[in-house]
Design a protein around this ligand. Structure first.
Ligand SMILES: NC(=O)c1ccc[n+]([C@@H]2O[C@H](COP(=O)([O-])OP(=O)(O)OC[C@H]3O[C@@H](n4cnc5c(N)ncnc54)[C@H](OP(=O)(O)O)[C@@H]3O)[C@@H](O)[C@H]2O)c1
Length: 345
């Protein structure tokens, strides 16, 4: 471990001394510390404050990533407010953030898939976090090489929502070509990538969104957009093979009636009592996304092939994390929000 720290210090010092190097970019960091957003108590967006913390050292099976951009997810706001305090690592002081893109700046022992300088994107384990910082510790099994045809900001928007969609559609949901899927909140972070993945799989897609997002849904490939504010989705969806439930509550209960016999509903927001005890022959389950480097590599390939396009609607500088959380809490965001670090991409 001591040897590793020495190597890390050497690498960081070397990189910092290179012409144009920006490990310790102006106004960002000095010495062996980094800027990180650390929650010191649960609360509103104002508790997202910047602190100077030691740059962590990668242990066995870990890499240290110089963060270029961090994705914002609704779970981040739940962690910040204390709503998701049950997540083991979420007790303050805590550095939030699960989506990161950046450059590998050091590797721990036993790393075979990455080397210093690799550009990566990653979803950090929900029990750990640590993405809103200049450097983040990433387990080898959480990361994949960043697709070469997208920016760091776009890459940071991808992992958590796309892994969620992948695991719902292709694992829990076992979606097959020719089947029909109902996707709620199609314009949101999860929905906008789930639509693209379902179309790639060859499914018919019905998706809910406000009317002003329907042209956007059609661009993504949606066959039948439904305005959940003025229309009953049950009028457009019956005999459904799979429902991706991003809303819960009454939407979940009503969605169960749209399923064919033997159809599946997978919720990512928890089950209602009715969902836990369905009275029909349907399968209802809930899913919590997990990091998976194999899935991320497959997702990266789809991006490089032009099948899957990340959608970033809002980019905030690192120092404006509170504003980024306020935007997320509107629950009206199209696609994704990212925090950008003060370094050239
Ligand atoms: N279990 C897991 O592993 C997991 C993983 C990821 C996310 N989640 C959860 O899943 C939910 C969705 O995540 P997200 O990242 O997609 O959120 P998001 O990006 O914040 O979703 C925003 C979208 O939600 C839509 N929306 C809001 N209320 C709606 C309703 N009643 N019906 C249909 N659409 C509605 C809005 O559409 P319009 O503007 O068109 O109205 C907006 O585009 C969140 O609660 C999140 O915490 C869970």
């Amino acid at each position: 471990m001591k040897k590793l720290r020495i190597i890390l210090s050497f690498l960081l010092a070397m990189t910092a001394s290179l012409p144009g190097a920006n490990v310790f970019a102006a106004g960002v960091s000095s010495s062996q510390t980094m800027q990180a957003i650390q929650i010191q108590q649960f609360g509103g967006p104002e508790v997202l404050t910047i602190h100077q913390l030691p740059i962590p050292s990668p242990g066995r099976g870990e890499i240290l990533v110089r963060v270029h951009a961090a994705g914002i997810n609704p779970v981040d706001t739940g962690v910040r407010s204390g709503h998701f305090a049950a997540l083991a690592a979420a007790a303050p002081p805590y550095v939030p953030g699960f989506d990161v893109s950046g450059t590998v700046s050091a590797v721990g022992e036993g790393i075979s898939n990455f080397k210093v300088g690799d550009q990566v994107f990653t979803m950090l384990d929900l029990r750990r976090g640590g993405g809103y910082a200049e450097f983040a510790i990433v387990k080898e099994g959480e990361a994949a090489l960043k697709p070469g045809n997208i920016s760091f900001s776009e890459a940071a928007s991808v992992p958590l929502v796309t892994l969620t969609a992948w695991q719902v559609l292709f694992e829990a949901g076992n979606l097959q070509p020719g089947q029909t899927v109902l996707i709620h909140a199609g314009a949101g972070g999860v929905g906008s990538v789930a639509i693209q993945l379902a179309k790639w799989r060859g499914a018919k897609v019905i998706a809910t969104a406000s009317e002003h997002n329907h042209a956007f849904l059609r661009e993504l490939g949606v066959d039948v957009p439904v305005d959940y504010r003025t229309q009953q989705f049950e009028d457009f969806a019956s005999g459904i093979d799979l429902v991706l439930d991003t809303i819960g509550g009454d939407t979940q209960i009503r969605s169960m009636t749209t399923l064919k016999e033997g159809g599946r509903l997978v919720s990512i927001v928890g089950l209602t009592p009715e969902g836990r005890n369905p009275t029909r022959n349907i399968e209802v389950s809930s899913l919590l996304v997990r990091p998976d480097a194999d899935h991320l590599r497959s997702i990266g390939k789809l991006i490089e092939d032009g099948v899957l396009n990340p959608i970033v609607s809002y980019r905030f500088p690192f120092s404006e994390a509170p504003a980024a959380h306020k935007q997320s809490e509107t629950r009206r965001t199209r696609g994704k929000i990212v925090l950008e670090m003060d370094i050239s991409n």
